[in-house]
Design a protein around this ligand. Structure first.
Ligand SMILES: Nc1nc2c(c(=O)[nH]1)N[C@H]1C(S)=C(S)[C@@H](COP(=O)(O)OP(=O)(O)OC[C@H]3O[C@@H](n4cnc5c(=O)[nH]c(N)nc54)[C@H](O)[C@@H]3O)O[C@H]1N2
Ligand SMILES: Nc1nc2c(c(=O)[nH]1)N[C@H]1C(S)=C(S)[C@@H](COP(=O)(O)OP(=O)(O)OC[C@H]3O[C@@H](n4cnc5c(=O)[nH]c(N)nc54)[C@H](O)[C@@H]3O)O[C@H]1N2
Ligand SMILES: [Mo]
Length: 672
């Protein structure tokens, strides 16, 4: 959701892409998006509808016309519904485009058709639950305020890879001022390499670290008592609990020496203008919601929220207050339908009764804006499921992804420079609209257009299907009390940042009593609440290392890819090199692993072979594989998500991408 300036060449193609002038983006853009032309004009862009002609998964397709494709799709969906009822269809969609209108169409159609709904667990389920438990509203302090911060803490995120604009604001904050940067990450990421202090906890232990920090803050009088009494629920019971959470206790769990924990606690507790940026990474653990809650307690305990440049940001996604009921067809009171957990795709397709209950099997899927054959956990099971003979799969895509290769019907999609849309953000506060800049190549169709055409063939009507994407963007804005789409486009952006008092929750946190909750009402966050700790705590439900599987694997985002997007562009592939396991130098020495050797990582789900590189700045039992490489890039054609479990996190599901205990061995070529 960065603002972009896109050069259009004399031939009407995309040229260089630069960061736009919108004040957060501030002219800065990451390298992969700067080279977006390479992707938009890639020779392998899909440009025509394709029908499978070979066996499933074989990858042989023949071009067909759009009318024929839509007729076929509608017929297959109808047939499935006649057999099993509407819930047998699973519209499966995610983060390919973040534009509201192009994301909204498939939701609207699914709602109105009574298809299965999707529980969105890839990304924010764990972090949302944890943040909302304490703060009660999904917003925080604008990163631009960091120019007034005196300490910046990046906890469990790697913005050098994942949010380069945030690093731009860190740079502004530190320009000519002595503002320490602390990074808390299991390995020395590119962000940690820039830090004054890097703490490298074992993955899944952040709740313990946060509790020990709070222990020190309370013990050393670094908590703001007046603030706590006014705006939080801190009680003697919470304090008694934290008194037991000593640095020595946390050192055992985190692997961070107690002295380092105390040093960080003193720095944090003695700096009122401390800015805490919470990433998603540390919440991609089975205990990620509890960890998020524990860490989010820190600025409440010190009262950092009261100061300019102080407080925290997890996401500003809750800031915009857009009314999406019309966009999503929810104004028409659609029929109720079951919800399927997108992270459980493999299990659902295998007919797991835990997921399906007494409901029908999934026998037809419409997959749009996501590449689950790679990004979903337990990817062997996902692949087996998508290859089921009695499952019809249609994929609407820009490229022949691994998911598209498994489909029966593949339809060509536009990229963001070829369609209109409306965008809200997570990391910043700006609402933006953009129009198509260049014509779509070949026969590519935008999500909104394709889904509208399908709806018509299925006999499903809603006024939103009759509008253009731009009209719909306008309708959403107006329904939300914002300026219309043309006005927004002319202005360039709308800053939705609330005033200081509100942004810092000085007029109350998101709960009805206005107080931050050290003791959350977990029942409000999800059905698994009974297992949640009553206090901020380390929740011992992770995939712990064992003698058989002594390493903890983190499958963190790579710099030059965006999930699996850009894995098709040569410059990104070059930038990344090859799939690599980062392993502590001492562990390498112990196991006789040299740089470039091949290792195998495995667990009950399978094993993955890739090259190894000795590394520093992580614990001896942590292994990191930056992702998400396509499966064929790995030595045996099986990628990292084959090892990631689809067991949901607590209390409201969510995929634990970085929570995997594995064994590790060096292998010789003859063993391959
Ligand atoms: N280049 C690039 N940019 C991206 C993406 C991408 O794939 N590539 N993906 C986009 C998306 S969809 C998202 S949601 C965001 C995610 O953005 P981030 O929040 O930055 O990414 P995460 O996957 O959450 O992982 C970030 C860091 O969390 C660390 N981590 C893992 N486990 C733990 C833990 O237990 N404790 C702590 N303290 N740290 C841990 C990892 O080592 C990693 O360095 O990035 C977006 N931007
Ligand atoms: N190992 C590991 N796995 C992870 C993560 C991790 O950190 N580690 N992160 C997880 C997270 S946070 C997320 S959000 C998910 C993301 O997973 P996905 O949402 O699947 O993201 P992408 O892999 O980028 O796939 C998006 C696809 O949408 C297509 N696309 C883009 N725009 C459009 C459009 O307008 N229309 C259509 N029809 N298609 C479009 C792109 O070509 C691309 O193939 O991955 C998750 N998987
Ligand atoms: Mo994500």
């Amino acid at each position: 959701m960065c603002a972009l300036q896109v050069e259009i060449t004399a031939e009407g193609r995309i040229g260089r892409v630069r960061g736009g002038e919108q004040p957060y983006t501030d002219g800065v853009i990451c390298a992969k998006v700067a080279r977006y032309a390479e992707r938009a004009h890639h020779p392998e862009r899909l440009s025509r509808p394709l029908l499978r002609v070979g066996a499933k998964g074989e990858g042989r397709f023949a071009p067909i016309g759009w009318d024929e494709a839509l007729d076929l799709l509608a017929a297959r969906l109808r047939e499935a519904m006649e057999h099993h009822g509407p819930e047998t269809v699973w519209p499966y969609h995610y983060a390919g485009t973040m534009g509201l209108v192009q994301r909204g169409a498939i939701r609207r159609l699914g709602h109105l058709a009574g298809w299965s709904r999707q529980r969105e667990t890839f990304c924010v389920a764990l972090s949302d639950a944890g943040w909302l438990a304490g703060v009660g509203a999904k917003r925080g302090v604008d990163p631009r305020e960091m120019t007034e911060s005196e300490l910046i803490v990046v906890w469990g995120g790697n913005p050098v890879h994942t949010q380069v604009n945030f690093m731009h604001w860190v740079l502004q904050a530190r320009r000519g001022r002595d503002v320490p940067l602390v990074v808390i990450d299991p390995y020395r990421t590119a962000t940690a390499a820039k830090a004054d202090l890097h703490l490298a906890p074992r993955p899944g232990s952040d709740g313990a670290l946060a509790c020990a920090v709070m222990h020190v803050l309370l013990a050393e009088g670094l908590a703001d008592r007046a603030y706590l009494a006014r705006l939080t629920d801190l009680s003697p019971a919470v304090e008694a609990h934290l008194a037991r959470r000593t640095p020595a206790w946390a050192a055992e769990i985190t692997g961070i020496p107690a002295d380092d924990i105390v040093r960080f606690a003193r720095l944090y507790g003695s700096t009122p203008r401390s800015y805490l940026r919470l990433g998603y990474g540390f919440t991609r653990q089975r205990n990620g919601a509890a960890a998020m809650h524990a860490v989010s307690c820190l600025p409440a305990l010190t009262g950092a929220w009261q100061h300019r440049g102080g407080g925290a940001l997890y996401s500003n996604g809750g800031l915009y207050g857009l009314d999406l009921r019309f966009l999503h067809g929810l104004d028409a009171a659609p029929p109720p339908a079951r919800q399927l957990d997108m992270g459980r795709l493999g299990a659902v397709l295998a007919g797991d009764p835990r997921d399906l209950g007494s409901g029908p099997p999934v026998s037809a899927m419409l997959i749009q804006s996501t590449n689950p054959a790679v990004v979903a956990p337990d990817s062997r099971k996902v692949r087996a499921g998508l290859l089921r003979d009695d499952l019809f799969v249609c994929v609407h895509e820009q490229f022949m992804t691994e998911t598209a290769q498994l489909a029966d019907l593949v339809l060509p999609a536009t990229v963001f420079t070829e369609h209109d849309d409306l965008y809200q953000a997570s990391g910043h506060t700006f609402l933006q609209a953009a129009r198509a800049l260049v014509p779509a190549p070949g026969e590519c169709r935008a999500n909104h257009d394709f889904i509208g055409q399908l709806a018509r063939r299925l006999g499903i009507s809603h006024p939103a299907f009759e509008q253009s994407a731009w009209q719909l963007a306008d309708a959403v804005l107006r329904a939300s009390g914002k300026p219309g789409a043309d006005a927004l486009l002319a202005a360039g952006w709308l800053d939705c940042a609330p005033p200081f008092e509100t942004a810092h929750f000085l007029d109350g946190f998101g709960h009805t009593d206005g107080r931050f909750r050290f003791m959350p009402d977990w029942a409000a966050q999800g059905e698994g609440h009974a297992t949640m700790p009553a206090f901020p705590d380390h929740q011992p439900v992770i995939d712990e290392a064992t003698p058989e599987r002594p390493f903890r694997l983190v499958a963190a985002p790579a710099r030059h890819f965006l999930n699996t997007t850009f894995t098709e562009t040569p410059s990104s592939r070059r930038g990344e090199g090859r799939p690599t396991a980062l392993i502590h130098r001492a562990t390498c020495a112990r196991l006789g692993i040299a740089d470039g050797d091949i290792v195998r990582l495995g667990n009950a789900l399978g094993s993955v072979a890739l090259h190894a590189r000795p590394a520093d700045g992580l614990q001896p039992d942590t292994v990191v594989v930056e992702s998400q490489w396509p499966n064929p890039a790995f030595i045996e054609g099986i990628g990292i998500n084959a090892l990631v479990s689809a067991e949901p996190g607590w209390p409201a599901a969510g995929v634990a991408y970085h929570d995997t205990a594995v064994w590790l061995e060096r292998i010789t070529c003859s063993a391959l």
